[in-house]
Design a protein around this ligand. Structure first.
Ligand SMILES: Cc1cc2nc3c(=O)[nH]c(=O)nc-3n(C[C@H](O)[C@H](O)[C@H](O)COP(=O)(O)OP(=O)(O)OC[C@H]3O[C@@H](n4cnc5c(N)ncnc54)[C@H](O)[C@@H]3O)c2cc1C
Length: 432
């Protein structure tokens, strides 16, 4: 990557940002890629896409800063752009269908948490590998006995000199089987109420005593895992934020998770390869059935509403305001919208939408989570999208929990009663 491509972000206008991003892509993407997009030559684009070395591309995109444009440039990944500026970069990348790192848990949640709470050493050592997709991250929060009520978790970390000794179990840990690092929430003090005795660590997933067992889901993939800890030693230098303040650090992760899952991220379906509704219409045109037309129209409107809400939340962040409950609104809307969308895609397909075999053609070159970005292009992928969407109203906090948050924080309804809130964690009744 030539030095000539370095981005000067001081007082740069939106138009200049777009021009600089376009110039960067012209220099870095394979010859013919951008022309294929500009002339609508899908066959040529697909050919170039298949030939692209995805791993090498992610490394170059990450190092350039364009994969994570809002991250501080001084840590070797990022362009130090404000969110409103980054939007222009992302729009150019989306327009040219630029492959992105599938490390979306790390980029969407781990990076922002480190930037907010991490030490200088942690930022220097970890941000670059995240952005370049070389080090995949996972989120070790949920446990068999603690999902919605994650603050009630039981995994223990006990201090031993400059280290912590970790014992317990996590579950539903997406990507743990290929992760290099995990964002871990563990109990470091059982004598205080549940929210107060937690600490947050970055865990080396290759450390002795970490065991990862994949779980197979309805799609046939094993995208998430059970993770067991047996006397795992974690250096105190990998603690993120103060001891006992893990809940506050976790809130940063969870707020960013909701934004990532709300359709606002750069992988949003609307952004990759055109709006999903446009794609459904062009696949099935002319859609003559009045009920199908009505469902298409309703989803079109719903999709626009989600976009407007995301835009509103983005504008608020741009003004420097703290993230509020907006992420919960769009997380809730996006999950239910996507389920209706994927169901419509299967219904429009007719009987063919039900019969599918995994084939070579449905392999995902972008890695395990790439399909989160949008809707499948062929029957197996459409059926798979429908099956995978069933998880949308559970992952990242269930829709019931999002409604509780909105009831309390937006509508001002009384807080849900929780008798365990003020008790020391060790005194909360629980099954063995
Ligand atoms: C595909 C997928 C990927 C995931 N990836 C990760 C990951 O990478 N890392 C991670 O840590 N976790 C992950 N999770 C876990 C996810 O965060 C939890 O499943 C979720 O928070 C719900 O917790 P639970 O499954 O324990 O259900 P529970 O909390 O036991 O909930 C069971 C039911 O009770 C309802 N309920 C619970 N509490 C309330 C309440 N107060 N008010 C009203 N209703 C309530 C819930 O809505 C739900 O219907 C993933 C889950 C899925 C499905």
């Amino acid at each position: 990557m030539g030095d000539g491509m370095a981005l000067d972000t001081t007082e740069v206008t939106d138009t200049e940002l777009r021009e600089q991003t376009t110039a960067f892509l012209r220099e870095e993407l394979p010859p013919g890629w951008m022309d294929a997009i500009d002339t609508g030559d899908e066959a040529r684009y697909s050919e170039l896409r298949r030939a692209l070395d995805y791993r090498d591309w992610c490394r170059r995109l990450g190092e350039s800063g364009y994969a994570t444009p809002t991250w501080p440039a001084e840590y070797g990944a990022g362009l130090s752009l404000a969110p409103g500026q980054a939007k222009h970069v992302n729009e150019v990348l989306n327009h040219y269908k630029v492959p992105r790192p599938f490390n979306i848990i790390g980029i969407g949640m781990g990076g922002p948490t480190l930037i907010t709470w991490g030490s200088e050493d942690q930022k220097r050592d970890l941000l670059r590998g995240l952005a370049t997709n070389e080090e995949i991250w996972c989120q070790l929060f949920s446990e068999p006995g603690a999902g919605s009520d994650v603050a009630g978790l039981s995994t223990r970390a006990e201090r031993d000199g400059d280290e912590w000794v970790l014992n317990g179990q996590k579950v539903w840990t997406t990507l743990a089987h290929i992760a290099r690092w995990g964002m871990l929430l563990a109990r470091t003090n059982a004598d205080v109420p549940k929210h107060k005795g937690l600490s947050y660590f970055v865990l080396d997933m290759q450390a002795p005593g970490v065991e990862v067992r994949p779980l197979v889901q309805i799609t046939g993939d094993a995208e998430f895992n059970e993770v067991f800890f047996d006397n795992v030693r974690v250096p105190d230098s990998m603690r993120v934020g103060p001891e006992g303040e893990g809940w506050r650090v976790a809130i940063t992760t969870l707020m960013n998770e909701r934004v990532s899952l709300s359709g606002a991220g750069s992988l949003a379906g609307d952004a990759v390869g055109g709006s999903p509704i446009d794609r459904l219409i062009s696949r099935h045109q002319p859609v003559t059935d009045p009920l199908m037309r009505q469902r298409l129209m309703e989803l079109y409107i719903e999709g626009r509403l989600i976009r407007f809400n995301n835009q509103r939340a983005g504008d608020k962040r741009k003004r420097g305001a703290e993230m509020g409950p907006e992420g919960s609104i769009t997380k809730l809307m996006q999950a239910e919208y996507n389920q209706r969308l994927q169901k419509l895609a299967v219904d429009l397909e007719g009987v063919g939408g039900m019969a599918w075999e995994p084939t070579e053609a449905t392999a995902r070159p972008e890695g395990p989570l790439a399909y989160l970005g949008g809707m499948g292009e062929d029957r197996p992928a459409i059926a798979r999208g429908f099956l995978r969407a069933q998880a949308n109203t559970i992952e990242g906090g269930t829709s019931n929990v999002m409604r509780n948050i909105l009831g309390e924080r937006v509508l001002g309804l009384p807080k849900e009663p929780d008798n365990s809130r003020e008790l020391a964690w060790k005194d909360i009744p629980r099954s063995a």
